[in-house]
Design a protein around this ligand. Sequence first.
Ligand code: IPM
Ligand code: MG
Length: 362
Amino acid sequence: MQFDIMVLPGDGIGPEVVAEGVRVLQAVEKRFGHRFRLSEDLVGAVALRRYGTPLRPETLEQCRASHAILFGAVGDPGGDDARIIREALFPLRKSFDLFANLRPVKVYPALAHTSPVRPEALHNVDLVVVRELTGGLYFGRPRRQWRSRQGRQAVDTLRYSEREIERILRVGFRLAQQRRRKLTSVDKANVLESSRLWRQKASEMAADYHDVKLDHMYVDACAMLLIRQPASFDVIVTDNMFGDILTDEASVLAGSIGMLPSASLGKPRRDGTAFGMYEPIHGTAPDIAGQSKANPLATILSVGMMLRYSLGLPGEGDLVERAVASALEQGHRTGDLARPGERALTTGQMGEAVARLVIELH
Ligand code: IPM
Ligand code: MG
């Protein structure tokens, strides 16, 4: 099969890790005889320097003509980070209506010791956070700062429509059906009106999903339980802001934020696939950029998600995940995962190891 993939490496360690994602994609191409036609463009601070804008309209158009986007990270800590987020990251999410952000958190047994959480609690941790990505506090209007007689004031707006809540909950219910059939809807319904609507909607929809066990949980309690009993979760569905915070927290379980992939998906097509943007959740990591130290596994696992969710190739997606697990079992470690005294691979060596396994694994 033939697919068009838009590659946007971005800033910081983005280009280093995306190169390894591409290497693994090419290994899949070779093994299965698919054809992935890659286009690449600048986005973020590099694009701002080169073109005067962090995301050109023609880049967006080329994304639109693709089956999926492979994204690294954008940002410029010394520069105008807020502008890059507002003019590159958010337009990508919004233009393609990528409302469903899937962030799986899996603890590989070989890495249980790298997390500060007790290894006993990490046994069998395999959860997915479904984060609403195009609404809520991130986009609500009004949002502004002004001066008043009482000094400066600011407002942000947390608004959700029933339609926005319903479509993200549906993604959560359906995903739970394909997994262990447990859905935890996370809100702050003891305080927020938008959360009360969220909770009502979840309860109403539960009638359509008899096979799924729905629980409601307040976000503060969820934050605690994620550390105390992370294995008790299957699918968590929550709003934009809560999902942002809980997924950074959950990354601690996996031992390194360098292990966490993500998919940002639009409306599902009839065949169950969806247009999507795939990216590691770690960001640009400017402290280690350009040193070939970054862990490429989050990006490689994001490629696995792309194969599954946008290209309709679940077998190929599974193989990428198994190759990552197997590389870890064989003792391959980048610096973020290595114990004192253990040899750390470069970004490229780790990518090569996984790509080789993609070719060789049974
Ligand atoms: C994430 C990031 C972004 C977000 C930032 C960079 C705006 O933290 O993808 O989790 O909050 O959505
Ligand atoms: Mg975040």
